[in-house]
Structures are given as C-alpha cells and as structure tokens.
Ligand binder design. Structure first.
Ligand code: CMC
Length: 437
C-alpha cells in the first residue's frame, strides 16, 4: 500500500466572536487549497459552521484523487487522467486507485485474475430480475441487486477484516458489469449472457451486453479500447455527491454492498450521473440547429427551470479534462463505426460553440463536463439512453470502493453526522385533540 502523509498544519486562523477568540489550525495537503480545521469551534466559541451544500467544506483527508478546478487538472494517485486514459487499462487504474501505486507485471496479473474470477453472480440472484417490471429503469435494478448482494455474501459484511474488505472490493468490481449487462438483457427480453473470464474487463462487459446465444460474438478492438477509456474517465472523482454518500453510509459501519447501493442511488440524479442520459434527451428535444437560440433563451431564463445539461461543474471552472478526452474518443468511435454524419454530434458541437461564446455561460464559467459527449459515444456503440447512467455507475464502483476502503483504514474514522440550523417551532406543549381549533 502506498504510504501517504497526512495533512500538516500550515498556519493558524483566528476567529473572534463577541469577547471570545478561537485559534484554528489551518491544514495543508500535498496540493490544493488549505483548510481551516473547525473541529474545536463549538467547544471554543459555541457555534457551528454552516455550509449546506458543502461548497466550502472538506469532508475528509484522501490520497486517491486530486482535482484543480481552475486549471482543469484531474490526478489519480498523482497521475494525470489524460496519461492514464491514453496508456493504462481500467483494471490497472482500479489497482492504482485501490492500492496507491501502479502495479508491476506480476501484481497486475494477480489482480486481474483476482477480480475476474468473481464475475459470476450467485445463481439465486438471477431470480431477482423476474420481480422487476420489464420496463424498470436499469438504475433501479442496479440499486436493488447491489444492495441485495449483502444477503448473498455475508462474509463480506465484516468490515473490520482487511481480507474481507479486499474480497468485497473484488466482488463489487467484478460483478457490477454482470449486473449492469443483465439489467439491459432483462429490459430487452434477451437471455442473460454469462461472463467470459478470458476476455478483458471492458471486452467482457461488451460481450455480456451485446452477445446473444444464437450468434457468434466478435469483440471489436477499437470499441473495446473506447469502452475501457470511458470506464477510466469515470473511475473516480474525489468527494462528489455519490462518493460522499458512500462514505457517509460507510462511516456507520454499514457493509460495502449497502454503501455502494446508496452511491448508485445518489448518482442517479440528473445533476450528477443522470446528466449523460439527460444530455441525449435534451439534444433530441432541441432536434435541429435552428432551435438552439430558442433553447439557449430558455436556459438563461431562471423561471424556465431548463438547464444546459452536460455543462457546468461544482469544481471545474475552466474545463473538465475528461470532456476533452471524451470528445476525441467520440470522433474515434464514430470513425470506426463509419458514421460520417451523426446529427446528435453536429447538434452537440454547435450547441457547445454557441454556449462557449455566450456571456451567460462565460461569466459563470460553465464549460462542457464529462457527460456532454459520453452519451453520443455510448449511443453510437449501441447502448440505449437509459443504460448511460448505469455504465457510469459501473465505472464509478471502483472509485466508491477505493474511497470506502481508504475510509475504513483510517483510524480516525467515526460516524459522519452534520448539524443544522433549526428553524422550526420553539418548544411548546402538546394540545389534546378536543382543544385544537
Ligand atoms: N445550465 C444553465 N445554467 C447553469 C448550469 C447549466 N448547466 N449550471 C450552472 N448554471 C448556473 C446556475 O444557475 C448559477 O447561476 P446564477 O449564479 O445566476 O444563480 C450559476 O451557473 C452557478 O451554478 P450553481 O448552480 O451554483 O453550480 P453548482 O455547483 O451548484 O452545480 C451542477 C453544478 C453540475 C449541478 C450544475 O452545473 C448543473 O446542474 N449542470 C447540469 C447537469 C450536469 O451536467 N451534471 C453533470 C456534472 S459532471 C458529472 C457528474 O458529476 O456526475
């Protein structure tokens, strides 16, 4: 395991409230913004901090992923995302996220086979699908089936056993492609395709997703490489909403399958992982380039509730480095598939161009994020729109389990429990029913 230093005190902040003064340590990590440590604030000044959507709060120390939103930088364990996307494989990135260092050849082989031998689901899990409606959203199936894994792998529930934590990580990473592919097979009424461990991780997913028993399946190396890259680009993103959900659930000692199910639920929303599905719906609604100005007008009207999906990010205020790689991959995939004229792509490019020249977006530092182009690639690769967010969940499972593992190994971990500003009724006496007006 990589040895990483904890944060260090780099200064002191002084906060005065009435006649009391608190000296608060300022902590610095390896890179990034320093943080005022407010843990003693209540004892010293009798107040809490208020930051409802955590825009100004660091919730943990982590050595996994670093984002510099102003510079458009994303690092996993120090390695830039573009280098990983160009040169690595998804399972190698998974090893890196989990263990802190790139593996040597023997370590990678052991890890690959360690993960791939867990790809099958307990056969009893199969019967879960028959309980769902055929048109059930695959994210609903993912949440339920992943949560249900707690009932099938009771040994993994011992979160204090290091070996069991490792096996849970293997199980989650290995089984989530099978669960995702089977959710689709159930939707379309095709037979479930069992995993083939001789395939690479991305190849195996494409196989389980696209193959049917009646025909031979020949993996396309370019599409497999694109799939692998899409998975790498979604693998982790530090303390985003779903990862924070996983950590919050995990802080109580809940088992990893329950925590990841919570993460999947959190990812589903259109402000987060659901945006890739929402982008395609938005492009379909716009329909034609001529309708872009009217759409942009709606986006700028705060009362319309319309957002430019796939644009904006809480942290990136310059560009999302994943979006750039995604755009390049999009052209490669369309080229490989011989798609010369993809109206959705033309529309997306035009929409991006118009938005990037418009003061509304420029002044608010709104740029395309990872979801803007991913849907177009996934659509070209034959994935139905409602599978986009499950594929994001498949990839992010590696990040979630790495962050959960890091938290479980941190001796200072204790239950996460925010406070509130109470704005309800003050204390009052119960009024019997017959005396109420
Ligand atoms: N379209 C139009 N206006 C926007 C958008 C957008 N996509 N995003 C932000 N704004 C406006 C927002 O209304 C606000 O305007 P004002 O200052 O006049 O009130 C300003 O920009 C600042 O935005 P914010 O709402 O404070 O930003 P946030 O950090 O709370 O939200 C976000 C970030 C990603 C939820 C938001 O940008 C958004 O809803 N984007 C569309 C959904 C999307 O693409 N999500 C995927 C994010 S990346 C992958 C992932 O995390 O899963």
């Amino acid at each position: 395991m990589a040895q990483t230093a904890s944060s260090k005190q780099v200064g002191t902040a002084t906060l005065t409230l009435g006649d009391k003064t608190a000296s608060l340590p300022v902590l610095g990590g390896t890179l990034g913004t320093d943080c005022v440590d407010v843990r003693k604030l209540q004892n010293e000044l009798g107040v809490f901090t208020f930051d409802p959507s955590y825009g100004a709060t660091a919730s943990c120390e982590s050595s996994i992923t670093y984002i510099d939103g102003d510079e458009g930088v994303l690092l996993h364990r120090g390695y830039p995302i573009d280098q990983l996307a160009e040169n690595s494989t998804f399972l190698e990135v998974a090893y890196l996220l989990l263990n802190g260092e790139l593996p040597n050849k023997a370590e990678l082989e052991k890890f690959n086979s360690g993960v791939m031998r867990h790809t099958m689901l307990h056969e009893q899990i199969r019967s879960f699908w028959s309980g769902f409606r055929r048109d059930a959203h695959p994210m609903a199936m993912l949440c339920s089936v992943v949560g249900a894994m707690s009932a099938f792998y009771p040994d993994s529930i011992n979160v204090h056993d290091e070996r069991q934590r490792e096996i849970s990580a293997f199980r989650m990473i290995a089984k989530i492609p099978t669960i995702t592919a089977w959710a689709h097979k159930y939707n379309v009424g095709q037979p479930f395709v069992y995993p083939k461990n001789e395939y690479s991780y991305a190849e195996n997913f494409l196989y389980m997703f696209h193959a049917v028993p009646a025909e031979d399946y020949k993996p396309n190396p370019i599409l497999t490489a694109a799939m692998d890259r899409i998975l790498i680009l979604h693998a982790d993103h530090e303390q985003n909403a779903s990862t924070s959900t996983v950590r919050l659930a995990g802080s109580t000692g809940a088992n990893p399958f329950a925590c990841i199910a919570a993460g999947i639920a959190s990812l589903w929303g259109p402000a987060h992982g659901g945006a890739n599905e929402a982008v395609l719906k938005m492009l379909a609604e716009i329909g034609h380039k001529d309708n872009i100005p009217e759409f942009i007008k709606q986006v700028k009207d705060k009362n319309s509730g319309v957002k430019l999906m796939g644009f904006g990010h809480r942290v990136y205020k310059n560009f999302d480095p994943r979006a750039k790689i995604m755009q390049k991959t999009c052209h490669e995939v369309l080229g490989e598939l011989g798609i010369k004229d993809e109206p959705m792509l033309d529309l997306a490019i035009e929409l991006e161009k118009i938005a990037l020249e418009d003061d509304y977006f420029v002044s608010r530092k709104l740029y395309p994020n990872v979801d803007f182009y991913s849907g177009i690639i996934l659509k070209a690769m034959g994935f139905p729109t409602q599978m986009f967010t499950p594929i994001f969940a498949l990839a992010r499972t590696v990040g979630w389990i790495s962050q959960w593992k890091e938290m479980m190994e941190d001796p200072s971990n204790r239950i996460s429990r925010p406070r509130q500003i109470y704005t309800g009724a003050p204390t009052r006496d119960y009024v019997p029913l017959e005396k109420r007006g």
